[in-house]
Design a protein around this ligand. Structure first.
Ligand SMILES: Cc1ncc(COP(=O)(O)O)c(C=O)c1O
Length: 407
């Protein structure tokens, strides 16, 4: 049975939400950049260090075994969260960026000059630059798919871009700027029909959508911990078993080997093959705690709450003169990017901070999208499980004041 969606009780579990910023109650609307942490995560990590800390795997003593158990329980929690067939298909990384670099580096040796990687223009730099490496170093060609005026992915253009030379389609499952949710199952069909693999960047989707990697049939899926109310320094890569068996290891070191001799080395199997060195143990424990915390709730109820906040904010910003909203695709997530004519987003964000409102301003690590939109930056309010309607109203009021000061 899902836990009751009681917003006061939820907020009470996030200690940071009771602090003030510039003499005003904190209104944290920067969740798409990184979310705050509940006590379950903070205490879970601290308790692990207080009571059962040691290095994981190969331990022959109690603390090593206990730490390994909790660390591997974190992996099982991630597996269950995305419905992966096996925990061996969940690789811990230091975040979403490392997970994508792991795949790009792993397939690099297979790339022939002229092989194509298909990307959308709304990708985060994490899902662009690793593919630029393949372009620069291995002669891969990047093919870009546009978004329409609402910010929805142009599926006809995607179909046209994918062809016999496509090695991989790398697409966001939810844009960090526009909030657009892509039709991931259809993207997979298009990629697979051409014999290409597909990778989804689920750094934003992981916290807002129900993700089922088997239903999506994707080859790779990327998650990050710090946006799912978990710690920084941890993320996960899901891969199909055959893909992980084929991928070259990303880094060399302890844990990822089977046998090391003077003139030869053989590798362990996934996930260990991709987890060289001491992994982020405490962070994995925190990642598991965050997912367990979030999983108490009915995801539909969480989505409805966040969507209602987004709709309220959208309604509110419509009353602000000269304001343009970027991204209005149907079914989008709770991310509101906007520009106000005659103001710079950085100035807006700084003035909002005076009222205790934290929003992000900049290119959001999505410069190709900024070029597509014809702006250098936007301001962005992004909503999470603990935000309230009253906070949205205070944000809109502060926005009016900030605009008044700048124009
Ligand atoms: C869509 C998207 N992809 C990738 C990333 C990078 O994830 P990480 O911070 O875990 O490296 C982010 C973070 O901002 C993101 O929003």
């Amino acid at each position: 049975m899902a836990r009751d969606f009681d917003i006061d009780a939820i907020r009470a579990e996030f200690p940071i939400l009771s602090r003030e910023v510039n003499g005003k109650p904190l209104i944290y609307l920067d969740n798409a950049a990184s979310a705050q942490k509940p006590n379950a995560v903070i205490d879970g990590m601290a308790d692990q260090m207080r009571t059962a800390y040691a290095n994981v795997h190969r331990g022959l003593h109690t603390l090593a075994n206990e730490t390994t158990e909790t660390f591997e329980a974190g992996r099982e929690t991630v597996r269950d969260f995305i419905n992966a067939p096996s925990a061996n298909q969940v690789i811990f990384t230091k975040g979403g960026t490392e997970a994508i670099n792991l795949v790009a580096s792993g397939i690099a040796a297979e790339i022939q000059p002229g092989d194509e990687i298909v990307l959308s223009v709304m990708e985060h730099h994490s899902n662009i630059v690793p593919w630029h490496f393949l372009r620069e170093r291995h002669g891969a060609v990047l093919r870009w798919v546009e978004v329409d005026a609402n910010g929805a992915l142009d599926m006809a253009a995607l179909e046209a871009a994918v062809g016999p030379k496509t090695r991989l389609v790398a697409a966001t499952h939810m844009s960090n700027v526009l909030g657009t949710v892509t039709d991931a199952a259809r993207i997979t069909e298009i990629a697979h029909a051409a014999g290409a693999e597909v990778l989804f960047d689920g750094c934003q989707a992981g916290v807002h959508l129900d993700v089922d990697v088997q239903a999506l049939d994707c080859d790779y899926y990327v998650l990050t911990g710090h946006k799912i109310y978990g710690p920084t320094g941890i993320g996960a890569l899901y891969g199909k078993a055959e893909a992980l068996a084929r991928l070259r290891p990303y880094q060399g070191g302890g844990e990822m080997i089977e046998v090391v001799e003077r003139d030869r080395v053989t590798y362990n199997e996934a996930p260990h093959k991709f987890e060289a060195g001491t992994p982020p143990i405490i962070e994995a424990v925190g990642f598991g705690a965050a997912i367990n915390w979030l999983s108490q709730f009915d995801m539909g109820e969480v989505q409805a709450h966040e969507h209602a906040l987004y709709e309220r904010a959208l309604e509110g910003v419509r009353g602000v003169n000269g304001l343009t909203v970027h991204g209005t695709a149907p079914g989008k997530g709770a991310v509101l990017s906007f520009s106000i004519e005659g103001t710079h987003p950085h100035d807006l964000a700084q003035l909002l901070d005076r009222y205790g409102v934290a929003v992000r301003a900049g290119h959001h690590c999505a410069q190709p999208l900024m070029q597509h939109l014809g702006v250098s930056a936007t301001a962005r309010a992004s909503f999470g499980i603990y935000n309230t309607a009253a906070e949205v109203d205070a944000f809109i009021e502060a926005l009016h004041k900030a605009r008044g000061m700048l124009i």
